[in-house]
Design a protein around this ligand. Structure first.
Ligand SMILES: Cc1cc2nc3c(=O)[nH]c(=O)nc-3n(C[C@H](O)[C@H](O)[C@H](O)COP(=O)(O)OP(=O)(O)OC[C@H]3O[C@@H](n4cnc5c(N)ncnc54)[C@H](O)[C@@H]3O)c2cc1C
Length: 273
């Protein structure tokens, strides 16, 4: 039997999740409720949060904080977050975006997790609350490496620095069916320029490993260089470092490896898909 608990506060929800490692939070429920409706999830506790803090957004300043219960539709309705609109628009169709949360996207298995790819290229931190105490921030990359072990507790928010120049932030999702297809892969890149050279490139991929990953080889290839044809060529050569794509119903591992350098090159050169 499934037990549904509705919590008026984040700490009550965090307390339940840390006391019962099998309990699951329902964000927008686009994945959890599919498991319930299709009979894969029949036992345990589901936790729902009504605390307004879960959906709070602080978007006006240099540091952005988004509650984990913020939906893709809420991101799209916020002009301060225009640099994230391409990533939010990449999640399913309008009905899914109305429900799908940022928190849920952090847990979505590949090839899902497109919004998380954008957060990774922003060097985001995840705020975790594992009991009745206050939350602690961990790097999104560390959160993703630990994700398969489970038991992280409640994600209450994500935080990141706003790109100083939104034109230096790029996101692309490559799919066969447009506009709602599932990712063959997705790429996000934050490429700040200082004195005409890239300073601290952050590049991330989705669907190229079991979780979204940073493209460290590409970052190394780009750092300190002007974003010209030569840099794009070197970045393409390093594109596959650290990749472990799956073969699934959408594409084979081989195909994902073949197309990643092509799409990375187009993104870096500012060419259309
Ligand atoms: C038709 C369809 C199309 C889709 N297309 C895409 C797509 O294009 N790209 C994409 O990335 N995804 C896609 N998805 C998957 C999904 O909708 C999104 O990944 C979404 O962001 C998941 O968020 P959610 O709030 O619905 O997650 P939920 O279903 O509520 O939760 C998913 C998992 O995350 C856990 N969880 C959720 N929030 C928290 C939290 N705050 N703290 C701790 N645990 C939490 C849940 O317990 C559960 O295990 C699609 C789904 C459907 C049904």
């Amino acid at each position: 039997m499934l037990d549904l608990r509705t919590c008026a506060s984040l700490s009550e929800a965090a307390g339940i999740l840390s006391g019962d490692r099998q309990a699951l939070l329902i964000g927008g429920g686009t994945l959890v409720m599919r498991d319930v409706n299709e009979g894969r999830l029949t036992e345990g506790t589901l936790v729902r949060v009504t605390d307004p803090a879960f959906r709070q957004m602080s978007t006006g300043g240099a540091r952005v904080e988004l509650g984990a219960g913020v939906t893709m539709a809420m991101v799209l309705a916020n002009r301060d977050l225009a640099f994230l609109h391409a990533a939010a628009r990449a999640i399913g169709g309008p009905a899914v975006r109305t429900m799908a949360t940022i928190g849920g996207n952090l847990f979505a298995a590949a090839p899902y997790g497109d919004f998380t790819v954008a957060l990774l290229a922003l060097d985001a931190q995840v705020v975790l609350q594992s009991g009745y105490g206050s939350g602690r921030a961990v790097a999104l990359e560390d959160f993703l490496s630990a994700r398969e072990r489970g038991g992280q507790g409640l994600v209450t928010a994500v935080q990141f620095a706003r790109p100083q120049n939104p034109a230096e932030f790029h996101f692309r999702k490559i799919s066969r069916v447009k506009p709602k297809g599932i990712s063959l892969l997705s790429i996000a890149a934050h490429l700040p320029l200082a004195g005409g050279r890239i300073a601290q490139a952050r590049v991330a991929y989705g669907a190229m490993a079991p979780t979204p990953i940073r493209a460290r080889g590409v970052e190394r290839a780009l750092d300190g260089k002007p974003l010209d044809q030569a840099a794009v060529q070197v970045a393409k050569q390093a594109a596959l470092e650290g990749c472990r794509p799956a073969t699934d119903a959408i594409a084979s591992e081989w195909y994902r490896r073949e197309i990643l350098p092509v799409h990375l090159g187009r993104l870096l050169a500012g060419e259309p898909r």
